[in-house]
Design a protein around this ligand. Structure first.
Ligand code: FNR
Length: 210
């Protein structure tokens, strides 16, 4: 199984990039292949319908679509900006959502966050869940949010709080069990959310319904 682990921040010293690296390590330890990336690896302009009509999807968005498509599952480690999704990440979701077949549809996704605050960026994950579920991603019910993240990592890049480290590992393991079941037992497919964009060819409504 291949899992794209995407950090929603490319800032040097990003706590979410650090958390993404730790999740990638746990994915590898569980026997799956982690494809670690950061949102800055996929530069793209702010979404604009005219740009899309004239030039199609930008190379950065196409590259992200390809990496999502190559994976059975996606983990996003996202910061919380103003209690919501960072614009750069939402912009990437918007661009990716324009490709057909739509890459998020039926994709298993786990959301994690890290923040120096005591909330750990958890409100941002609830906001991120909305567009992903709208696009038909199967967003795992459990999430993991790391509070006081600037002090949470040890020199070995694991979490110094053992209980928290175990909880993160258990969350990743449970998620991978579900991904494996969904990959092997195809009867689970198509019983979930159906992406509305599949049902309309009318250009007037496609943008609204997608
Ligand atoms: C933040 N930060 C923040 N933190 C938080 O817990 N809740 C919030 O609503 C916000 N809002 C917010 C808005 C903006 C514009 C910035 C730049 C920052 C702080 C944020 O969690 C902190 O900068 C993290 O370190 C960002 O994640 P990375 O880049 O370290 O992964």
């Amino acid at each position: 199984m291949r899992v794209l682990v995407l950090a929603g921040s490319s800032r040097s010293g990003s706590v979410n990039a650090r958390l993404a690296a730790l999740v990638a390590e746990l994915v590898g330890r569980a026997g799956a292949t982690a494809d670690l990336a950061a949102i800055g690896d996929f530069p793209m302009p702010v979404y604009d319908g005219d740009t899309e009509a004239e030039q199609g999807l930008p190379p950065g968005a196409l590259a992200l679509c390809e990496r999502i498509g190559a994976a059975q599952a996606l983990v996003i480690a996202s910061p919380e900006y103003n209690a919501s999704v960072p614009g750069v990440l939402k912009n990437a979701v918007d661009w990716v959502s324009r490709l057909r077949p739509q890459p998020f549809k039926d994709k298993q996704a786990l959301l994690v966050s890290a923040s120096p605050s005591m909330v750990g960026g958890n409100r941002g994950l609830w906001a991120l869940r909305v567009p992903l579920e709208h696009l038909g991603a199967r967003v795992y019910p459990d999430m993991f949010s790391l509070a006081a993240a600037h002090q949470a990592f040890g020199d070995d890049d694991t979490l110094t709080d053992r209980g928290l480290g175990e909880r993160l590992a258990a969350t990743v393991d449970s998620f991978l069990d579900l991904v494996e079941a969904d990959t092997r037992y195809v009867c689970l497919q198509r019983r979930w959310y159906e992406f509305l964009g599949d049902r309309t060819d009318a250009p007037v409504t496609s943008r609204a319904q997608d």
